[in-house]
Design a protein around this ligand. Sequence first.
Ligand SMILES: Nc1ncnc2c1ncn2[C@@H]1O[C@H](COP(=O)(O)OP(=O)(O)O)[C@@H](O)[C@H]1O
Ligand SMILES: [Mg+2]
Length: 284
Amino acid sequence: MPESRDELRYLAETLNGMLARIESAFRKTVEFTANASHELRTPLALIRATAEVALMRAPQAESDPPNSNYAALSQILREAERNTALLEDLLRLARADSGTASLHLEAMDLTEAFRLTCQRCEALAARRGLSLRFLPVPEPIWVSGDAKHLKSLLLILLDNAIKYTPSGGSVEVSLLATAAGYAICRVKDTGIGIPADDVPRIFDRFFRSDRARTREEGGSGLGLAIAAWIARTHNGRIEVESVLGAGSTFRIVLPLLAQVPAAHEESTSLQPVLQGNTLQGNKG
Ligand SMILES: Nc1ncnc2c1ncn2[C@@H]1O[C@H](COP(=O)(O)OP(=O)(O)O)[C@@H](O)[C@H]1O
Ligand SMILES: [Mg+2]
């Protein structure tokens, strides 16, 4: 039926044209985000540096009223820092969207990488009156990963756990390799928890649960979107369990490396390290 073939072809052409326009519009948006973020970086850095220098030149005096220049400059600095972090997040997502994020996958020991990441957060946790513990893992756990990205994935979860746990609480990080071939890192806090209705949305860009929004903690709601992207690019995923008012548990699940790098072979095995009591109690 030549008639209808023509119509079909016409329809296909129209659809193709539409898809091409959507794709080009999407690409332009991604490019715009990347360019805008990049252009804003320099002026923000300048604002930050200027505020820092001014603060150093005129240190706070005890007689300073709450609305002193020092207080104003401190606020400018805080806001500039917050916006710098937001820009960096936007840039990362723009790179992820456009497929230009550079990922260097190599065999890496998750135990060592995550132990160091936890160490970096200890001081912050202590300042907030929280205990942060990395439960010792007896063995290296090998995955194919980009160490920088995987560390920042754990940092995002730790930052949240610390931010959303009131002083006096605790954050516990554990790591294990399962017989099914996965590395599982669990970040468990005793914080404010997430309302059940909000749980499916926390990985959406800019989503912040109202309970978090009312706190003065300045987040932009991009952290978990980035975390989920990093997990996905490593063929992994993030799981969440949360009880409102009692705490949250996030799990990073990554495929184990099938073959331990030769240089490390004799000192390691891929046996599950779920032994002893320290890694029990996955609920809550
Ligand atoms: N450990 C946690 N405890 C309670 N709520 C959390 C936790 N982690 C994430 N959330 C909720 O998920 C939202 C999104 O997290 P995220 O993307 O990191 O954004 P941000 O931390 O900037 O608000 C948070 O605003 C908060 O409501
Ligand atoms: Mg966050």
